[in-house]
Unconditional design. Structure first.
Length: 201
């Protein structure tokens, strides 16, 4: 739902539209006072504010002048890092991270034989991580990558990182560390892909 056209409407009309929109999501209807609070947070907060409103199992966000809803994840406990080894599976499911890590065969990526010999760790970012996604591009912190890729702020805290020997190997939705990657058809190369369980409406 676009924010800008709604700014031209009266508070009453906006709240009626919000009621209709919420009804299409099959959630409990908020009280009149709660609906007014939702409208106020969405439309009256400053433009650069990170707006997240929790309601009936959903998170309502304002992002780039749009109202977006996603499954509520804020009450999940931070996932404990998981150590594992890859044995050639197409994907591995990690319920504690609410998603699956896919290992796609590609003509650019990490050597599959090398990968199967490594102890891998899947964990949530703690801050300060840096990644170089191509040899001809600079190393950047993950926050800069997220911003340039327009990854919404509410998704960033739930995107896991894949590490090897305490080094960042892959950041979900961002890319793989270029120093671990190679081109070619002589070897089986793996490209990582994270698929989250929750879906945004």
């Amino acid at each position: 739902m676009d924010v800008l056209p709604l700014r031209q409407l009266s508070h009453e009309r906006v709240e009626n539209l919000l009621r209709f929109w919420l009804s299409t999501l099959s959630v409990r209807m908020p009280s009149t006072a709660r609906l007014a609070e939702i409208r106020s947070q969405i439309f009256e907060a400053r433009d650069d504010a990170k707006i997240t409103i929790c309601h009936d199992g959903l998170e309502i966000h304002r992002y780039k002048n749009k109202i977006v809803v996603s499954a509520q994840l804020v009450n999940l406990k931070p996932a404990i890092p998981v150590e594992f080894m890859w044995s050639g599976e197409l994907f591995l499911h990690f319920p504690q991270f609410c998603g699956s890590l896919y290992f796609d065969i590609s003509n650019y990526g990490v050597d599959a034989n090398w990968l199967q010999q490594q102890k891998l760790i899947l964990k949530i970012r703690s801050g300060g991580e840096r990644l170089k996604v191509a040899l001809n591009r600079p190393t950047r912190d993950l926050k800069s990558h997220f911003q340039s890729l327009n990854i919404p702020f509410w998704q960033r805290q739930h995107l896991p990182l894949l590490c090897v020997n305490e080094a960042l190997l892959h950041a979900s939705l961002v890319g793989t560390e270029a120093l671990f990657c190679q081109h070619g058809e002589a070897k089986t190369l793996i490209n990582f892909r994270w698929q989250a369980e929750s879906k945004t409406h």
